[in-house]
Write a protein that binds this ligand. Sequence first.
Ligand code: F3S
Length: 394
Amino acid sequence: MLELKPEEKAMLEGRQGKATRKAMEIITLLGEIYGAKRLIPVSSVQIAGVSYDNLGEPGLEFLSDMAVDGKARVLTTLNPAGMDLEEWQKHGINADFARNQQRVIDAFAKMGVMTTCTCTPYLVGNLPHFGEHVAWAESSAVCFANSVIGARTNREGGPSALAASLTGVTAEYGLHLDENRVAEVKYDVRTRLKTTDDFGLLGQVIGERTKQAIPYITGISHATTEDLMSFSASVATYGGVAMFHMEDITPRTTTVPEKVQIITQEDLSNARRALDDKDAVIDFISIGCPHASIDEISHIANMLDGKRVKKGKTVWITTARPTKDLAVRMGYYDKIEKAGAFLVSDACCAVAPLKGRFTGLMTDSAKACFYARGKNKFKTEIRTIDECIREAVV
Ligand code: F3S
């Protein structure tokens, strides 16, 4: 039985306005469905479901209603939208879409949501600490928050994340509780992973085998933040995994399962083959799923310096706006754009309206392959970042 504090009851009774009441209805309904005993405060929220391509008019109508009197009570950041909010025209986005996308952004801004428009909020100011309770949507960020940072969040949907923002609380169930954060299956990785695409393929293999169970992973001797971002995105996409433990890399907060499954180079090669379409004609190269870090952008800018993107190919490097601003200051933006590639902020290749514009995507991201195939019907090839850039230029 869900017990509410007086201030939570007041929200439910509408004494804090209509949007807060609706938000509290969503939170308490989820609490009752999942058997929560109480609500707990969250220190931050990440909202997904921002692209007008996915929301459409019904989604925008819901947001506009909530924005009449709804206000974020905690730090709240936003997932990628369907376009770069400033340079959309040069990326081939049509004006009608841009107007509607801006209406979505305006509704969030009216509620006090920070319009970061990135799936890596932890790189741009929304960084919880170990053990902190948050309410995040965006499956890759949820997995990263639970596993790499050791914060605690369920995999929220767009409406439930917004509801947590407008009330400042979430129902205490699932991954907020110790007993649900214990590893259930162990994987020993017997091959060396070097690049973000390797980590994405590992996420694909473990995700497909694990199917929502919490994996405990051994055998990884080294992983960069970008590798862990790629792994988090992929294991969440291919297995619905919201949390993992990686021995000696992520915080150890679990017992270790006894039964072990081995992952070999052959498993990764099979996963790579499954994402490589033999007949793909690559006309689109996209890096930055999850959004590229400044270190990746620096590396790509140096690779593109003095080169030229081949005729018939479009290159997107997608990232967060603050990271793009820094790239401008450091001269990386100029190197990338002079080569004919685009440094795109606020958006990504999966949520931008790209269907019909390209036929074949090359990327370092297993998650991007999944959405390119499923949503946009592109053929795909997965390669390292360096191979993607070499494919792009003369
Ligand atoms: Fe981020 Fe878009 Fe990939 S939201 S994880 S860049 S599909």
